[in-house]
Design a binder for this molecule. Structure first.
Ligand code: ASP
Length: 474
Protein backbone atom coordinates (compact mmCIF):
# COMPACT_ATOMS: atom_id res chain seq x y z
CA UNK A 1 0.00 0.00 0.00
CA UNK A 2 1.25 3.48 -0.81
CA UNK A 3 2.16 5.69 2.14
CA UNK A 4 2.10 9.47 1.64
CA UNK A 5 5.45 11.03 2.45
CA UNK A 6 3.98 13.27 5.15
CA UNK A 7 2.76 10.18 6.99
CA UNK A 8 6.10 8.35 7.08
CA UNK A 9 6.60 9.49 10.68
CA UNK A 10 3.93 7.00 11.72
CA UNK A 11 5.90 4.09 10.23
CA UNK A 12 9.31 4.38 11.86
CA UNK A 13 11.00 0.97 11.88
CA UNK A 14 8.78 -0.58 9.20
CA UNK A 15 9.24 -1.19 5.51
CA UNK A 16 6.91 0.98 3.42
CA UNK A 17 6.25 1.90 -0.21
CA UNK A 18 6.11 5.47 -1.46
CA UNK A 19 5.14 6.75 -4.92
CA UNK A 20 7.00 9.87 -5.83
CA UNK A 21 9.12 12.01 -8.10
CA UNK A 22 12.89 12.07 -7.84
CA UNK A 23 13.44 15.59 -6.54
CA UNK A 24 17.22 15.42 -6.17
CA UNK A 25 19.59 12.55 -7.04
CA UNK A 26 23.18 12.35 -5.76
CA UNK A 27 25.38 9.48 -6.86
CA UNK A 28 28.31 8.97 -4.48
CA UNK A 29 29.83 5.82 -5.93
CA UNK A 30 28.98 3.11 -3.42
CA UNK A 31 26.03 5.03 -2.14
CA UNK A 32 23.26 7.07 -3.69
CA UNK A 33 21.23 9.77 -1.97
CA UNK A 34 17.85 11.09 -3.01
CA UNK A 35 15.16 13.52 -2.12
CA UNK A 36 11.78 12.10 -3.08
CA UNK A 37 8.72 14.30 -3.49
CA UNK A 38 5.01 13.62 -3.58
CA UNK A 39 1.99 15.89 -3.16
CA UNK A 40 2.39 15.78 0.61
CA UNK A 41 6.08 16.53 1.09
CA UNK A 42 9.65 15.30 0.72
CA UNK A 43 11.87 12.72 2.32
CA UNK A 44 15.48 11.72 2.01
CA UNK A 45 16.40 8.22 0.88
CA UNK A 46 19.67 6.39 0.73
CA UNK A 47 20.93 3.23 -0.98
CA UNK A 48 23.95 1.37 0.33
CA UNK A 49 25.12 -2.20 0.43
CA UNK A 50 22.56 -3.46 -2.06
CA UNK A 51 24.24 -3.79 -5.45
CA UNK A 52 21.07 -4.69 -7.38
CA UNK A 53 19.21 -1.66 -5.94
CA UNK A 54 22.24 0.61 -6.41
CA UNK A 55 22.35 -0.31 -10.09
CA UNK A 56 18.80 1.01 -10.63
CA UNK A 57 19.45 3.94 -8.30
CA UNK A 58 22.30 5.12 -10.51
CA UNK A 59 19.93 5.44 -13.48
CA UNK A 60 17.54 7.80 -11.67
CA UNK A 61 17.44 11.47 -12.73
CA UNK A 62 15.40 14.37 -11.41
CA UNK A 63 11.70 14.13 -12.27
CA UNK A 64 11.72 10.35 -12.84
CA UNK A 65 8.57 8.87 -11.33
CA UNK A 66 9.33 6.00 -8.99
CA UNK A 67 7.88 3.45 -6.63
CA UNK A 68 10.32 3.15 -3.75
CA UNK A 69 10.36 0.54 -1.04
CA UNK A 70 12.35 1.26 2.11
CA UNK A 71 12.66 1.06 5.84
CA UNK A 72 11.84 4.26 7.71
CA UNK A 73 14.79 4.96 10.00
CA UNK A 74 15.26 7.62 12.67
CA UNK A 75 18.33 9.70 11.91
CA UNK A 76 21.15 9.94 14.40
CA UNK A 77 20.65 13.01 16.62
CA UNK A 78 23.36 15.13 15.04
CA UNK A 79 21.97 14.51 11.53
CA UNK A 80 18.49 15.81 12.37
CA UNK A 81 17.36 18.80 10.31
CA UNK A 82 15.25 20.87 12.66
CA UNK A 83 12.04 22.45 11.45
CA UNK A 84 11.96 20.49 8.17
CA UNK A 85 9.27 17.89 7.42
CA UNK A 86 10.90 14.47 7.80
CA UNK A 87 14.17 16.14 8.86
CA UNK A 88 14.50 13.45 11.53
CA UNK A 89 13.96 10.36 9.35
CA UNK A 90 15.31 8.81 6.21
CA UNK A 91 14.36 5.94 3.99
CA UNK A 92 16.79 3.03 3.75
CA UNK A 93 15.92 1.99 0.24
CA UNK A 94 15.32 -1.70 -0.38
CA UNK A 95 13.77 -1.56 -3.84
CA UNK A 96 13.10 0.88 -6.69
CA UNK A 97 10.71 0.55 -9.59
CA UNK A 98 10.83 3.21 -12.29
CA UNK A 99 7.24 4.10 -13.26
CA UNK A 100 8.32 6.68 -15.82
CA UNK A 101 11.50 8.38 -16.93
CA UNK A 102 11.85 12.12 -17.61
CA UNK A 103 13.88 14.13 -20.05
CA UNK A 104 15.98 16.82 -18.42
CA UNK A 105 13.37 19.52 -17.72
CA UNK A 106 13.93 23.14 -18.75
CA UNK A 107 12.83 24.14 -15.25
CA UNK A 108 14.74 22.68 -12.34
CA UNK A 109 11.98 21.87 -9.89
CA UNK A 110 14.27 21.53 -6.86
CA UNK A 111 15.71 25.02 -7.38
CA UNK A 112 12.27 26.49 -6.61
CA UNK A 113 13.25 29.74 -8.32
CA UNK A 114 11.16 29.42 -11.45
CA UNK A 115 9.95 33.02 -11.00
CA UNK A 116 13.34 34.08 -12.44
CA UNK A 117 13.04 31.79 -15.46
CA UNK A 118 11.91 33.07 -18.82
CA UNK A 119 8.13 33.42 -18.76
CA UNK A 120 7.67 31.67 -22.12
CA UNK A 121 9.49 28.59 -20.86
CA UNK A 122 7.44 28.56 -17.70
CA UNK A 123 4.16 28.83 -19.56
CA UNK A 124 5.14 26.32 -22.25
CA UNK A 125 6.19 23.72 -19.66
CA UNK A 126 3.61 24.80 -17.12
CA UNK A 127 3.09 21.22 -15.84
CA UNK A 128 6.74 21.20 -14.70
CA UNK A 129 6.62 24.72 -13.30
CA UNK A 130 3.58 23.77 -11.24
CA UNK A 131 5.63 21.06 -9.49
CA UNK A 132 7.71 23.67 -7.65
CA UNK A 133 6.94 24.19 -3.96
CA UNK A 134 5.89 27.77 -4.60
CA UNK A 135 3.38 26.98 -7.32
CA UNK A 136 2.08 23.93 -5.45
CA UNK A 137 1.44 26.14 -2.43
CA UNK A 138 -0.25 28.80 -4.55
CA UNK A 139 -2.70 26.38 -6.14
CA UNK A 140 -3.40 24.46 -2.96
CA UNK A 141 -4.02 27.66 -0.97
CA UNK A 142 -6.26 28.96 -3.73
CA UNK A 143 -8.34 25.81 -3.42
CA UNK A 144 -8.46 26.12 0.36
CA UNK A 145 -9.61 29.74 0.27
CA UNK A 146 -12.34 28.84 -2.22
CA UNK A 147 -13.44 25.94 -0.05
CA UNK A 148 -13.60 28.10 3.07
CA UNK A 149 -15.62 30.77 1.25
CA UNK A 150 -18.02 28.15 -0.12
CA UNK A 151 -18.56 26.58 3.29
CA UNK A 152 -19.00 29.91 5.05
CA UNK A 153 -21.53 31.11 2.47
CA UNK A 154 -23.48 27.84 2.56
CA UNK A 155 -23.72 28.24 6.33
CA UNK A 156 -25.49 31.54 5.68
CA UNK A 157 -27.99 30.10 3.23
CA UNK A 158 -26.21 30.95 -0.02
CA UNK A 159 -26.31 28.54 -2.97
CA UNK A 160 -23.69 28.26 -5.68
CA UNK A 161 -25.39 28.42 -9.07
CA UNK A 162 -23.74 28.15 -12.47
CA UNK A 163 -24.74 30.61 -15.16
CA UNK A 164 -24.24 30.32 -18.93
CA UNK A 165 -20.97 30.85 -20.73
CA UNK A 166 -22.62 31.28 -24.14
CA UNK A 167 -24.60 34.41 -23.67
CA UNK A 168 -25.29 37.91 -24.86
CA UNK A 169 -23.07 40.94 -24.58
CA UNK A 170 -23.33 42.49 -21.11
CA UNK A 171 -22.06 45.98 -20.52
CA UNK A 172 -19.13 45.80 -18.10
CA UNK A 173 -17.11 48.31 -20.02
CA UNK A 174 -14.69 45.98 -21.82
CA UNK A 175 -14.64 44.32 -25.24
CA UNK A 176 -16.46 41.00 -25.60
CA UNK A 177 -15.02 37.71 -26.72
CA UNK A 178 -17.47 36.23 -29.21
CA UNK A 179 -18.31 32.72 -30.40
CA UNK A 180 -19.94 32.15 -33.79
CA UNK A 181 -23.12 30.11 -33.87
CA UNK A 182 -23.13 27.35 -36.51
CA UNK A 183 -26.87 26.86 -36.27
CA UNK A 184 -27.61 30.59 -36.50
CA UNK A 185 -25.37 31.71 -39.36
CA UNK A 186 -24.00 35.22 -38.95
CA UNK A 187 -24.91 35.35 -35.26
CA UNK A 188 -22.55 35.30 -32.31
CA UNK A 189 -22.65 34.53 -28.65
CA UNK A 190 -20.67 36.75 -26.31
CA UNK A 191 -18.73 35.18 -23.47
CA UNK A 192 -19.73 36.75 -20.14
CA UNK A 193 -17.68 39.66 -18.85
CA UNK A 194 -19.38 38.77 -15.57
CA UNK A 195 -22.60 36.94 -14.62
CA UNK A 196 -24.15 40.31 -13.68
CA UNK A 197 -27.48 39.98 -15.46
CA UNK A 198 -27.92 36.30 -14.67
CA UNK A 199 -27.27 36.80 -10.99
CA UNK A 200 -29.84 39.58 -10.87
CA UNK A 201 -32.29 37.37 -12.76
CA UNK A 202 -31.68 34.72 -10.08
CA UNK A 203 -32.92 37.29 -7.57
CA UNK A 204 -36.06 37.62 -9.73
CA UNK A 205 -36.16 33.80 -9.55
CA UNK A 206 -36.53 33.75 -5.79
CA UNK A 207 -33.07 32.31 -5.05
CA UNK A 208 -32.38 35.23 -2.66
CA UNK A 209 -28.77 34.26 -1.83
CA UNK A 210 -26.49 33.35 -4.72
CA UNK A 211 -22.78 33.02 -5.21
CA UNK A 212 -20.55 31.50 -7.83
CA UNK A 213 -16.87 31.08 -8.50
CA UNK A 214 -17.42 32.40 -12.00
CA UNK A 215 -15.09 32.63 -14.95
CA UNK A 216 -15.29 36.05 -16.60
CA UNK A 217 -13.94 36.91 -20.02
CA UNK A 218 -12.88 40.43 -21.03
CA UNK A 219 -10.97 41.23 -24.17
CA UNK A 220 -8.56 43.76 -22.70
CA UNK A 221 -4.86 44.25 -23.14
CA UNK A 222 -2.91 42.14 -20.68
CA UNK A 223 -1.28 43.56 -17.55
CA UNK A 224 0.26 42.01 -14.45
CA UNK A 225 -3.03 41.87 -12.63
CA UNK A 226 -5.23 41.18 -15.67
CA UNK A 227 -5.94 38.06 -17.69
CA UNK A 228 -8.42 37.64 -20.57
CA UNK A 229 -10.20 35.05 -18.47
CA UNK A 230 -10.24 35.39 -14.72
CA UNK A 231 -12.24 34.24 -11.73
CA UNK A 232 -14.68 36.23 -9.68
CA UNK A 233 -16.28 35.19 -6.44
CA UNK A 234 -19.61 36.55 -7.58
CA UNK A 235 -22.27 37.27 -4.97
CA UNK A 236 -25.85 38.56 -4.97
CA UNK A 237 -28.43 38.87 -2.23
CA UNK A 238 -32.08 39.91 -2.01
CA UNK A 239 -33.57 42.22 0.63
CA UNK A 240 -30.07 43.43 1.46
CA UNK A 241 -28.73 46.89 2.20
CA UNK A 242 -25.26 48.19 1.38
CA UNK A 243 -24.39 47.57 5.02
CA UNK A 244 -25.52 43.93 4.90
CA UNK A 245 -23.42 43.15 1.84
CA UNK A 246 -20.36 44.97 3.11
CA UNK A 247 -20.63 43.28 6.50
CA UNK A 248 -20.98 39.72 5.15
CA UNK A 249 -18.09 40.20 2.75
CA UNK A 250 -15.90 41.87 5.35
CA UNK A 251 -16.51 39.03 7.80
CA UNK A 252 -15.72 36.52 5.08
CA UNK A 253 -12.41 38.19 4.20
CA UNK A 254 -11.44 38.36 7.87
CA UNK A 255 -12.28 34.68 8.27
CA UNK A 256 -10.14 33.75 5.26
CA UNK A 257 -7.14 35.62 6.64
CA UNK A 258 -7.50 34.55 10.27
CA UNK A 259 -8.10 30.88 9.42
CA UNK A 260 -5.72 30.31 6.54
CA UNK A 261 -3.13 33.08 6.93
CA UNK A 262 -2.60 33.36 10.71
CA UNK A 263 0.84 34.92 10.09
CA UNK A 264 -0.81 37.93 8.44
CA UNK A 265 -2.09 40.97 10.23
CA UNK A 266 -5.13 42.97 9.15
CA UNK A 267 -4.26 46.63 9.70
CA UNK A 268 -7.69 47.71 10.88
CA UNK A 269 -10.95 45.94 11.77
CA UNK A 270 -13.62 46.97 10.98
CA UNK A 271 -12.21 47.88 7.58
CA UNK A 272 -11.95 51.65 7.20
CA UNK A 273 -14.10 53.44 4.65
CA UNK A 274 -13.23 56.37 2.42
CA UNK A 275 -15.31 58.27 -0.09
CA UNK A 276 -14.19 58.26 -3.70
CA UNK A 277 -13.80 62.03 -3.46
CA UNK A 278 -11.49 61.85 -0.45
CA UNK A 279 -9.46 59.04 -2.00
CA UNK A 280 -8.92 61.07 -5.16
CA UNK A 281 -8.13 64.28 -3.27
CA UNK A 282 -5.80 62.67 -0.75
CA UNK A 283 -4.16 59.92 -2.78
CA UNK A 284 -5.01 60.67 -6.41
CA UNK A 285 -6.27 57.10 -6.67
CA UNK A 286 -9.52 55.25 -6.05
CA UNK A 287 -7.56 52.31 -4.64
CA UNK A 288 -5.02 53.89 -2.33
CA UNK A 289 -2.47 51.77 -0.54
CA UNK A 290 -2.98 52.80 3.08
CA UNK A 291 -0.53 50.34 4.64
CA UNK A 292 1.30 51.88 7.58
CA UNK A 293 4.38 49.80 6.74
CA UNK A 294 4.80 48.99 3.08
CA UNK A 295 7.84 46.74 3.72
CA UNK A 296 5.83 44.24 5.70
CA UNK A 297 4.63 41.45 3.37
CA UNK A 298 2.23 40.22 6.04
CA UNK A 299 0.32 43.45 6.53
CA UNK A 300 -3.12 43.59 4.92
CA UNK A 301 -4.77 46.99 4.69
CA UNK A 302 -8.33 46.49 3.51
CA UNK A 303 -10.24 49.64 2.64
CA UNK A 304 -13.77 50.22 1.39
CA UNK A 305 -14.22 53.00 -1.14
CA UNK A 306 -17.77 54.36 -1.24
CA UNK A 307 -19.83 57.20 -2.74
CA UNK A 308 -18.74 56.85 -6.34
CA UNK A 309 -20.23 59.14 -8.95
CA UNK A 310 -22.75 57.14 -10.98
CA UNK A 311 -22.02 58.80 -14.32
CA UNK A 312 -19.06 60.45 -15.98
CA UNK A 313 -18.57 62.07 -19.37
CA UNK A 314 -16.63 60.08 -21.92
CA UNK A 315 -13.66 61.91 -23.37
CA UNK A 316 -13.80 62.23 -27.14
CA UNK A 317 -10.79 60.72 -28.78
CA UNK A 318 -9.44 63.69 -30.74
CA UNK A 319 -9.82 66.34 -28.05
CA UNK A 320 -9.25 65.29 -24.42
CA UNK A 321 -10.86 68.52 -23.18
CA UNK A 322 -14.07 68.01 -25.11
CA UNK A 323 -16.66 65.88 -23.37
CA UNK A 324 -18.73 63.22 -24.96
CA UNK A 325 -21.77 61.31 -23.76
CA UNK A 326 -22.61 60.12 -20.26
CA UNK A 327 -21.26 56.73 -19.39
CA UNK A 328 -21.47 54.68 -16.17
CA UNK A 329 -18.45 54.52 -13.88
CA UNK A 330 -19.07 50.96 -12.65
CA UNK A 331 -22.27 49.23 -13.49
CA UNK A 332 -25.36 50.43 -15.38
CA UNK A 333 -27.54 48.17 -13.20
CA UNK A 334 -26.70 49.98 -9.97
CA UNK A 335 -29.07 52.14 -8.00
CA UNK A 336 -28.16 55.65 -6.95
CA UNK A 337 -28.04 56.76 -3.33
CA UNK A 338 -31.64 57.17 -2.07
CA UNK A 339 -31.20 60.97 -1.70
CA UNK A 340 -30.37 61.27 -5.42
CA UNK A 341 -33.37 59.39 -6.79
CA UNK A 342 -35.22 62.61 -7.60
CA UNK A 343 -32.32 64.03 -9.60
CA UNK A 344 -31.96 60.74 -11.42
CA UNK A 345 -35.63 60.48 -12.37
CA UNK A 346 -35.61 64.16 -13.48
CA UNK A 347 -32.25 63.66 -15.24
CA UNK A 348 -30.91 66.68 -13.38
CA UNK A 349 -27.41 67.33 -11.98
CA UNK A 350 -26.38 64.04 -13.50
CA UNK A 351 -22.70 64.48 -12.72
CA UNK A 352 -23.49 64.85 -8.99
CA UNK A 353 -25.53 61.66 -8.67
CA UNK A 354 -23.77 59.13 -6.43
CA UNK A 355 -24.14 55.39 -6.90
CA UNK A 356 -24.91 52.89 -4.16
CA UNK A 357 -21.58 51.36 -5.11
CA UNK A 358 -18.77 50.07 -2.89
CA UNK A 359 -15.33 48.82 -3.88
CA UNK A 360 -13.09 46.81 -1.61
CA UNK A 361 -9.39 47.47 -1.98
CA UNK A 362 -6.39 45.75 -0.45
CA UNK A 363 -2.84 47.14 -0.33
CA UNK A 364 -3.46 49.36 -3.35
CA UNK A 365 -5.39 46.85 -5.47
CA UNK A 366 -9.10 46.78 -6.17
CA UNK A 367 -10.09 43.28 -5.11
CA UNK A 368 -13.83 43.65 -5.45
CA UNK A 369 -16.75 45.87 -6.15
CA UNK A 370 -20.48 45.84 -6.11
CA UNK A 371 -23.65 47.81 -5.61
CA UNK A 372 -27.29 47.88 -4.69
CA UNK A 373 -29.19 47.48 -7.96
CA UNK A 374 -32.05 49.32 -9.55
CA UNK A 375 -34.88 46.76 -9.23
CA UNK A 376 -37.63 49.12 -10.38
CA UNK A 377 -38.00 48.94 -14.17
CA UNK A 378 -38.76 52.69 -14.38
CA UNK A 379 -35.48 53.53 -12.67
CA UNK A 380 -33.44 51.16 -14.81
CA UNK A 381 -35.02 52.59 -17.96
CA UNK A 382 -34.17 56.12 -16.87
CA UNK A 383 -30.54 55.16 -16.20
CA UNK A 384 -30.27 53.55 -19.62
CA UNK A 385 -31.81 56.67 -21.19
CA UNK A 386 -29.22 58.87 -19.46
CA UNK A 387 -26.59 56.56 -20.93
CA UNK A 388 -27.89 57.56 -24.34
CA UNK A 389 -29.94 54.48 -25.28
CA UNK A 390 -33.16 54.98 -27.19
CA UNK A 391 -36.25 53.21 -25.85
CA UNK A 392 -36.13 50.93 -28.84
CA UNK A 393 -32.57 49.89 -28.03
CA UNK A 394 -33.39 49.53 -24.36
CA UNK A 395 -36.24 47.15 -25.16
CA UNK A 396 -34.10 45.18 -27.59
CA UNK A 397 -31.06 44.84 -25.30
CA UNK A 398 -32.48 44.98 -21.80
CA UNK A 399 -36.12 43.94 -22.31
CA UNK A 400 -35.52 40.71 -20.38
CA UNK A 401 -34.29 42.67 -17.33
CA UNK A 402 -37.19 45.12 -17.46
CA UNK A 403 -39.72 42.31 -17.82
CA UNK A 404 -38.15 40.41 -14.92
CA UNK A 405 -38.19 43.53 -12.75
CA UNK A 406 -41.86 44.05 -13.63
CA UNK A 407 -42.67 40.48 -12.59
CA UNK A 408 -41.98 40.83 -8.85
CA UNK A 409 -38.27 41.24 -8.23
CA UNK A 410 -37.11 41.98 -4.69
CA UNK A 411 -34.65 44.77 -3.90
CA UNK A 412 -31.18 43.28 -4.18
CA UNK A 413 -27.49 43.98 -4.40
CA UNK A 414 -24.21 42.18 -4.66
CA UNK A 415 -20.52 42.25 -5.13
CA UNK A 416 -17.80 40.37 -6.99
CA UNK A 417 -14.28 39.68 -5.76
CA UNK A 418 -11.42 39.50 -8.20
CA UNK A 419 -10.40 36.15 -6.84
CA UNK A 420 -7.07 35.94 -8.67
CA UNK A 421 -5.99 39.34 -7.36
CA UNK A 422 -6.96 38.46 -3.82
CA UNK A 423 -4.93 35.25 -4.05
CA UNK A 424 -2.00 37.10 -5.59
CA UNK A 425 -1.82 39.42 -2.58
CA UNK A 426 -2.41 36.70 0.02
CA UNK A 427 0.35 34.57 -1.52
CA UNK A 428 2.71 37.57 -1.80
CA UNK A 429 3.01 37.13 -5.55
CA UNK A 430 3.88 39.91 -8.00
CA UNK A 431 1.23 39.03 -10.61
CA UNK A 432 -1.93 36.96 -11.00
CA UNK A 433 -0.32 34.44 -13.39
CA UNK A 434 1.40 32.97 -10.33
CA UNK A 435 -1.91 31.94 -8.76
CA UNK A 436 -3.64 30.64 -11.92
CA UNK A 437 -2.88 27.08 -13.03
CA UNK A 438 -2.82 27.76 -16.76
CA UNK A 439 -2.70 31.49 -17.47
CA UNK A 440 -2.25 33.26 -20.78
CA UNK A 441 0.78 35.27 -21.80
CA UNK A 442 0.64 39.07 -21.75
CA UNK A 443 -0.58 39.06 -25.33
CA UNK A 444 -3.37 36.64 -24.49
CA UNK A 445 -1.95 33.37 -25.79
CA UNK A 446 -1.80 29.90 -24.33
CA UNK A 447 1.61 28.85 -25.55
CA UNK A 448 1.42 25.40 -24.00
CA UNK A 449 -1.66 24.46 -26.05
CA UNK A 450 -0.80 26.85 -28.87
CA UNK A 451 -4.09 28.73 -28.68
CA UNK A 452 -5.60 30.66 -30.31
CA UNK A 453 -4.87 28.90 -33.57
CA UNK A 454 -6.18 28.99 -37.11
CA UNK A 455 -9.05 26.74 -38.11
CA UNK A 456 -9.52 24.97 -41.40
CA UNK A 457 -11.67 26.14 -44.32
CA UNK A 458 -14.24 23.39 -43.77
CA UNK A 459 -14.81 24.52 -40.21
CA UNK A 460 -14.98 28.16 -41.31
CA UNK A 461 -17.55 27.31 -43.99
CA UNK A 462 -19.66 25.45 -41.46
CA UNK A 463 -19.67 28.60 -39.32
CA UNK A 464 -20.45 30.79 -42.35
CA UNK A 465 -17.29 32.79 -41.64
CA UNK A 466 -14.77 34.27 -44.06
CA UNK A 467 -11.46 35.36 -42.61
CA UNK A 468 -10.42 38.62 -44.15
CA UNK A 469 -6.82 38.94 -43.05
CA UNK A 470 -3.81 39.08 -45.27
CA UNK A 471 -1.73 36.26 -43.76
CA UNK A 472 1.45 38.19 -44.60
CA UNK A 473 0.37 40.86 -42.11
CA UNK A 474 0.26 38.32 -39.28
N1 ASP B 1 -20.48 42.61 -12.08
C1 ASP B 1 -19.65 43.56 -11.41
C2 ASP B 1 -18.22 43.48 -11.96
O1 ASP B 1 -17.88 42.52 -12.59
C3 ASP B 1 -19.56 43.31 -9.94
C4 ASP B 1 -20.87 43.53 -9.24
O2 ASP B 1 -21.38 44.67 -9.25
O3 ASP B 1 -21.38 42.57 -8.63
O4 ASP B 1 -17.44 44.38 -11.76
Amino acid sequence: MRILIKDLQQHIGSEVTIMSWVHIARDQGKMAFFDFRDMSGKVQGVVFGKPEVLEIAKTLRPEFVVEVKGIVNKRPDKMIKEGVLNGDIELEITGIKVLNTAETPAIEVSENNSIDINEEVRLRDRYVDLRTDRMQANLRMRGKVAQLVRNALYEQGFTEIETPIFTKSTPEGARDFVVPSRTNPGKFFALPQSPQQYKQLLMSSGMERYFQFARCMRDEDGRGDRQPEFTQMDFEMSFATEEDIMRINEELLIKVVQTLYPEKKIQKIPFPRMSYKDAMEKYGSDRPDIREDKNDPNLLAFLWIVDFPFFEKTATSDDPQAQGEWTFTHNPFSLCKPEHIENLMNKENIGDILAAQYDITLNGFEIGGGSIRAHDPKILRTILQILGHTDEKIDANFGHMLRAFASGTPPHGGIAWGFDRLMMILQNEPNIREVIAFPKTRDGKDIMMDAPSEIGNAQLRELSIKVDIDKKEL
